[in-house]
Design a protein around this ligand. Sequence first.
Ligand SMILES: O=C(O)c1cccc(C(=O)CC[C@H]2O[C@@H](n3cnc4c(=O)[nH]cnc43)[C@H](O)[C@@H]2O)c1
Length: 237
Amino acid sequence: MRVLVVTAVPVERDAVMRAFGGPEEHVALPGSELHRCGAFDVLAGGAGPAAAAAATAFALASGASASAPYGLVVSAGIGGAFTPVTPLGSLIVADGIVAADLGAETADGFLPVTALGFGRDRFTPPPALVRAVAAATGAATGPVLTVSTVTGSAERAGALLAAHPGVLAEAMEGFGVAEAAARADVPVLEVRAVSNAVGPRDRDAWRIGDALAALTDAFGKAAPVLQGWNSHEDLEG
Ligand SMILES: O=C(O)c1cccc(C(=O)CC[C@H]2O[C@@H](n3cnc4c(=O)[nH]cnc43)[C@H](O)[C@@H]2O)c1
């Protein structure tokens, strides 16, 4: 099965590609470039949900996978963790991909877009695949938020935790990748390596190198699971 992996920035793409260790082929797409190794196409689609959705949609629609259709799209990269249960350098596989700030602010608080009567605010990756990738990589599983603004205060972190009990992490692309994949009827997964704690902004405390190394390690271990996954395993529960 062919797998499309979408990261935000080139260093994340390169961290994923290092896991495969083989020769790379580069395929030009409008606005970006696919890096291909075997069954995996890896794309740095840009930061934020809009860039991620546009890049993913182009890759899915461009016929870049012409030898066979993509069977899975993975949103991957570094991310911020809400809890010390997932320390810096650890890995998270999302069991829910949640748009945290898509909706309306009201006098009574935030209303998700679904409460306004349209759209959606959550995608659920295939549960059996989430379990299999977590088992192969030692990752924690839980909801991952997609935000357009990186959280920078304890107040905002607390509000997100209160609105999304059990949330493990936030990042900026998962929901955009998932929207594009859903339109192509392709299942989606999100994998995040923790680079920082969510809360008051402290860029010097981000451990990007450790998180990128964890991403490489994770894709090395997950590659056979991703490539061999059969969507029927999830249909059968
Ligand atoms: O400065 C660098 O060297 C560098 C290397 C790799 C990646 C970056 C990024 O800034 C990636 C941005 C990307 O990371 C996600 N992210 C990471 N932590 C958080 C967070 O606390 N809240 C939200 N997003 C986070 C996000 O998906 C960004 O697109 C820099």
